[in-house]
Ligand binder design. Sequence first.
Ligand SMILES: Cc1cc2nc3c(=O)[nH]c(=O)nc-3n(C[C@H](O)[C@H](O)[C@H](O)COP(=O)(O)OP(=O)(O)OC[C@H]3O[C@@H](n4cnc5c(N)ncnc54)[C@H](O)[C@@H]3O)c2cc1C
Length: 569
Amino acid sequence: MTYIQRVRRALKKRGFEVGAEEFNGGVRLTGELDSWDDVVECGRLAVDKKRSRGVVNDITLRGYSPEPVRRPDTRDDSLDGYAPDVLVIGGGIVGTAIARELTRYKLKAALVEKEYDVATAQSSRNDGMIHAGIDLKPNCRKVKYNTRGNKLYDVLSRELDVPIERTGQLVFYTARWQKLVYPLIKLRASKNDIPIYPVSREKAKEYVREPGFNYGGFMCPSAGAVSPYLMSVALAENAVKNGLDLFVDTMVTGMEVKEGKIVSVATNRGTIYPKVVINAAGVFSDKIAEMARDRHFTIHPRRGVEAVLDKKSYPKSKTVLGRFSISGSSGKGHTKGGGVIVTIDHNLLLGPSARECPERENEATTREELDEVVEKQTALAPEIKRSDIITYFAGTRAATYEEDFIVEVSPVTKNFIQAAGIQSPGVTAAPAIAEDVALWAAKMISGGEAIPNENFDPTRKGIPVVREMTPAEREELIRSDPDFGEVVCRCEQITKGEILAAVRSPLKVDSVDAVKRRVRAGMGRCQGGFCQPLVVDIIAKELGISPEEVTKKGAGSAVAPYSEKGRRV
Ligand SMILES: Cc1cc2nc3c(=O)[nH]c(=O)nc-3n(C[C@H](O)[C@H](O)[C@H](O)COP(=O)(O)OP(=O)(O)OC[C@H]3O[C@@H](n4cnc5c(N)ncnc54)[C@H](O)[C@@H]3O)c2cc1C
C-alpha cells in the first residue's frame, strides 16, 4: 500500500470525509470539518516520518474565517532595492540567534520583523526554561539541537552578559511503577547526553519546601532558567554591533521565485533583493515556506497558558518540578506536562497548558484554561494560593504535525533555508539551530568554505541591575550617574537610569513593553499600575516626543493620555 493510500484509509476508518493527495514529497489534505480538533486529528493521522516529507493540512473549519494577521502601520519604500547577502525573516529567539551567528562570517546580513520589537511572539511568551531534554525521543532534531543548545547557554551568558541559572529539574514519581522505569530513562538520557541522577523522598524535600510534598524521583541538573526576551534582545544587539541591519515594523508579504530561486522579497517598505533567505517566522513559518514555493508542512497553533506567581512563593521551590510522564512531549496533548517552573527572576510559573486552536496570534487567556493550569499544578504544591498569582499570559506554539523542528536547506528552492516549526524547546535549541543555519548560509554566499568575519566581537555589556548590586557598587554608580539613584518601578526596584539605558539601546525602544522586556519595569506585583505613567514620561522626554506618541506595544496600542508629569489627565 502506498503512503497516500494508507492515509486515505486511516482517514476513512475514522469517518473523516476529506481529500488526501500527494504534494511536495508529502501529502496535502483538503475539505471542511465542523470541529478544529478533528482538523488537527486528520493532520496527525497523515504523519509518516519515514515515507513523507510532511503534512500540509488545508482542511478548513466550517463557518470560521481566520482573523487578519497583525500588520505594521508603516508604508514606505525605504528598503526598495536593498540587497543584503542574507535576509532572516523573523526576530524571535531563533531569528536573532541566527542573525548573530551570521555576523561571524564575512557577509552582509539583514533581519526583518513585522512587530515593533524583537521577541514579541513565542519568544516572550514561554517558561524561559533551558530544557534538559529528558522527555525528548532520541534521533529527532529537537533532541539534537536541545542538547547542544543547552550547553551553549553557558558561553552565551558570559559573552552577552545575560544571566542564566542552572536550577535543575526534579521529575517526581506519582505512582510506584514509575520508579521501576528509571533504568530505561537513564539509558535514554545517556544516549541523548543528558546527566540525571535518582533523588529519594527525603532528599527531594531539600529542594521543595512544601509540607505536603512527599515524592521521590530523579534530578536533571542541566535544566536551567533564562529570560528568553532578554536573551533575544542581547543576541540582536550583539548582531547589530557586528554589522547586522535590523528592521522592525517590516513584514514580508510575498516573494518572486524564478527557476527554483528566490529573486526578490516584497515587504511593506519596498522590495528587497537578498541572495539567501532564511525562514524563522514562528507560527507563520508555513506561510513563508509557501511564498518561497517549498510548503511541505502546516503549523497548527497550540496555545499554552501560564500563571505568574509573586516572588514570595519562590522559597517553596528552587528547582523546576515536573511530574513523571512516560510519553513526554510526544504523548497525548503534546506537552511536557508543565509544572512549577522557576524563572530567572525568581517568580514561580504555573503551566503551561496545551490547547489546539485555529488562531495564530490569539494571546487572550481564558478563565477555563487558567483554572485548568492552576488546578493541575497546585496539586504539586498545595500551599500555593490563587492570591499568589500576579498575572497570567498565553503563548502559541508553532507546532507541525510531525512534532519536530524543520531545520534544513530547501531541496526545492535553491537559496532558501528553513528554521521552521520551532516549538518547545525552541528557546533552548535556538543557539544550536543558529550555528548550523548560519554556516549553511555563509557557504552558499561564498560558494565554498564559509569566510570568517575577522572583526566579529562576541561580547555585549548588559544594563546595570541596581537591585542586585552591593551598597558600595550602587553608591559608585549613583555618583557617576544620579539617575541610577531614582527608583521608578517600586515593585522590581528599577531606576530611571536603567530605563534610560534601555531606551538608548542599539535597537529601537519607544514603547512601554519594549522597556519592560529589557529592565522589568512594570513586571512586579502592581503590574505597572504605579510606574507606567512615569515610564511613558521618561521615554517621551528621552526621544523628544509627546507622551501620547508613546505606545504600550507598537502601532494601535496607545497608552491613555498623560500630562507632562506622567499623571493621567
Ligand atoms: C507556552 C509556551 C511555553 C514554552 N516554554 C519553553 C521553554 O520553557 N523552553 C524552551 O526552550 N522553549 C519553550 N517554548 C518554545 C519557544 O518559546 C519557541 O520554540 C521559540 O520561542 C521559537 O522562537 P522563534 O524565533 O522560532 O519564533 P517566534 O518567537 O514566534 O518568532 C517568530 C517571529 O517572526 C515574525 N514574523 C512572522 N511572520 C513574519 C513576516 N511575514 N515578516 C516578518 N516577520 C514575521 C513574528 O512576528 C515573530 O516575532 C515555549 C513555547 C510556548 C508557547
